[in-house]
Design a protein around this ligand. Structure first.
Ligand code: ZN
Length: 406
C-alpha cells in the first residue's frame, strides 16, 4: 500500500494583490516543484468547511481530516493545551493563556507583556494550585503563551473569555455562555484563578526588575478559548492508518495528538517563517518506516499574511517550494498538498474563499492543470470539493474504500 504525505501550508490561499499585477502570492511565486507536482497529479479547489464559511485553523483541520465539527469541536483551548504537552482527561476544561500586563485596576496595558520570552518560572508558580475543588495546571507554550487546564467535577467549557482582546480596557469577567450552573461554577473558578495569577505574578522579582528596566511586567495570565475536552475517535480507528504529525506550533501538534497521532519532534522547527522546512520534509520521509500517514504542517505563510506581508508570503512559498524537491521522484507515496484556509494579506485575516488542492501518486490521474494556484486548480479534475470529501478520496486512492452495494 502507498503511504500518504499530507502537507497543510497554513493560510496559503490569498486574494489578488495589486502590487503583483492582480496575482495572489501563490500565483506570483516561482515554484517549479509545486507546479511539477500539480502537472503530474490531480488538482481541484476545496471549501475547507463549507461554501461561505470562514474557518479558524482548528475547525478547518478537523473538517479536512474527516471529523464532523458539529460533534467534535469543543473550543481551541484543548488543542493548544495538548500541543504544549499537557495530558488531558475527558471532562477537563482547557483554555489558552497570555502572560500580559495590567495596571492596579486590571486595565490591560499590553496583551503580551512586551512579547516576554522567559516565562517558564512564572508558569511554574501558577501550576498546581487548587481553587475550591478544582485543580489547575499551567504549562508554558512559546514566549508569552501558555495553556491552562481545570480538572475536577462539574465543569463546563461554554464560558466567555477574560482576555478582552484589546488594550486600555478592563479585563472581562468570564461568564457562562449558556444558562447553566456548571458554566457559572467554571467561570467563577476561572475569574478567581486570573485574580490569583495577578496576586502571585505582580510580586515576582523578575517583574519588578522588568519595571525598573522600562519593560512591561508579565503580571497576569489572561485566558480565552475555553473548551471541555472530549476524546475524539482516533485517526487509526477511522481510517486504519498509523499516523503521525509534524508541526512546529502547539495548536497543530495538539490537533494531531487529539486525533491520536504521534507528534514527532523535528529540529529547528518554529511554527514561524524562519522554520526549517528541509528538516520537516526529511523528518516526514524518514518517519514512513514506522507510519502510513504523515500530517505535515507549515505555518509561515499564514503568519506573514496576518502581518499584511505579501512579499514575505511569496518568498516563503518559494522557500517551501525549494524544500519539496526530494518529493518529486518518490514512488509508492501519495502526496497531498493543500491549505486549511485563505489568509488575505490585505484583510490580515482568514476568508471563506476555496483553496487549491493537489494529489499526486502512482497510478492516479493527471489533469490539464500545470500550476498550483487558486485560479488554475479551479479547472482541475477533482472539481470543487469540501474538506469532508478529502479523506474519502485519499482512502479510495489507497485502495481501502469499502464497496457500497453489491
Ligand atoms: Zn490556519
Amino acid at each position: 500500500m502507498n503511504k500518504v504525505l499530507f502537507i497543510i501550508l497554513d493560510g496559503l490561499g490569498d486574494r489578488p494583490i495589486k502590487e503583483f499585477g492582480g496575482k495572489t502570492p501563490l500565483e506570483a511565486a516561482t515554484k517549479p516543484n509545486l507546479d511539477t507536482l500539480a502537472s503530474e497529479g490531480v488538482t481541484g479547489i476545496m471549501y475547507p468547511v463549507d461554501i461561505g464559511i470562514r474557518p479558524g485553523s482548528d475547525i478547518a483541520h478537523l473538517s479536512i481530516f474527516g471529523y464532523d465539527i458539529s460533534k467534535h469541536y469543543f473550543g481551541r483551548g484543548p488543542f493548544e493545551a495538548v500541543g504544549y504537552g499537557l495530558e488531558l482527561k475527558e471532562g477537563d476544561v482547557a483554555l489558552r493563556g497570555n502572560f500580559a500586563t495590567v495596571d492596579d485596576n486590571f486595565n490591560v496595558i499590553d496583551r503580551r507583556a512586551g512579547r516576554i520570552e522567559n516565562t517558564e518560572k512564572l508558569a511554574k508558580l501558577l501550576n498546581g494550585m487548587q481553587i475550591d475543588k478544582i485543580k489547575i495546571y499551567v504549562k508554558l507554550g512559546v514566549g508569552h503563551r501558555a495553556a491552562v487546564v481545570l480538572r475536577g467535577q462539574g465543569l463546563d467549557g461554554k464560558i466567555s473569555d477574560v482576555d478582552p482582546h484589546q488594550v486600555n480596557i478592563k479585563i472581562f469577567k468570564s461568564k457562562p455562555l449558556v444558562n447553566c450552573k456548571r458554566g457559572e461554577y467554571t467561570a467563577s473558578i476561572v475569574n478567581k484563578f486570573v485574580k490569583k495569577s495577578y496576586q502571585i505574578l505582580s510580586k515576582q522579582p523578575l517583574n519588578k526588575k522588568r519595571v525598573e528596566q522600562g519593560l512591561y511586567p508579565a503580571n497576569i495570565l489572561l485566558v480565552r478559548g475555553a473548551g471541555k475536552v472530549i476524546i475524539l475517535p482516533s485517526f487509526k480507528e477511522k481510517y486504519n492508518l498509523k499516523a503521525a504529525a509534524i508541526a512546529g506550533a502547539g495548536l497543530y501538534k495538539g490537533i494531531g495528538k487529539l486525533m491520536g497521532m504521534d507528534a514527532l519532534p523535528v529540529s529547528r522547527t518554529t511554527g514561524k517563517p524562519d522554520t526549517n522546512v528541509d528538516n520537516k520534509i526529511k523528518g516526514a520521509l524518514s518517519a514512513f518506516k514506522n507510519y502510513d500517514f504523515i500530517y505535515l504542517h507549515i505555518k509561515g505563510a499564514d503568519v506573514l499574511a496576518e502581518d499584511g506581508n505579501f512579499l514575505g508570503k511569496k518568498e516563503f512559498i518559494e522557500k517551501v517550494d525549494r524544500s519539496l524537491l526530494p518529493l518529486l521522484k518518490k514512488k509508492n507515496l501519495l502526496i497531498v498538498i493543500t491549505t486549511d484556509h485563505t489568509t488575505s494579506c490585505y484583510l490580515k485575516n482568514h476568508t471563506a474563499d476555496p483553496v487549491p488542492i493537489l494529489i499526486k501518486g502512482d497510478n492516479i490521474y493527471s489533469d490539464e492543470v500545470k500550476s498550483f494556484d487558486e485560479r488554475s486548480c479551479a479547472a482541475g479534475f477533482l472539481g470543487h470539493i469540501k474538506g469532508k470529501d478529502v479523506m474519502p478520496i485519499i482512502i479510495d486512492y489507497l485502495g481501502l474504500s469499502k464497496l457500497i452495494g453489491g
